[in-house]
Design a binder for this molecule. Sequence first.
Ligand code: FES
Length: 152
Amino acid sequence: MIKSKTAANGFAAGTPWVYTDIVKEHFLNPRNFLMGDETKYQADGKGIVGNPICGDQMLMMIQVEAKKNPKTGKKESIIKDVKWKTYGCASAIASTSALSELAKGKTLDSALKISAEEIESYLGGLPKHKFHCSVLGHEALASAIQDYRNHH
Ligand code: FES
């Protein structure tokens, strides 16, 4: 384990520089990452957000389908597919990869309730000073859902 010697960028000297194996795996093999031209993806909703802390950006697109809930018999809007890309860092990539997996198959309302803590737990933890990166994907997803609702 490498320990930082300086208190650069606001985190304390001695803070361990550690990503969990799950974070590393999602960073190296991000799920639902959009390869190529986003205009070729048939999105039902699209959100682009920026992180005011670091200036990074995230694009998220969703496909939505109506499905009957077997318990209630009512039709619900379900996230059928998610695609995303970002200028963000390893934490943002791993967090959004996890979020995209958690969001698929959920109703729009349930997907909006996925918390940063849930993503962090899915990844086995994130360094505290990188927590703001995990919010980027969630905000992009909320923006994509809002975009879908504005047009349907
Ligand atoms: S530093 Fe910008 S998203 Fe992590």
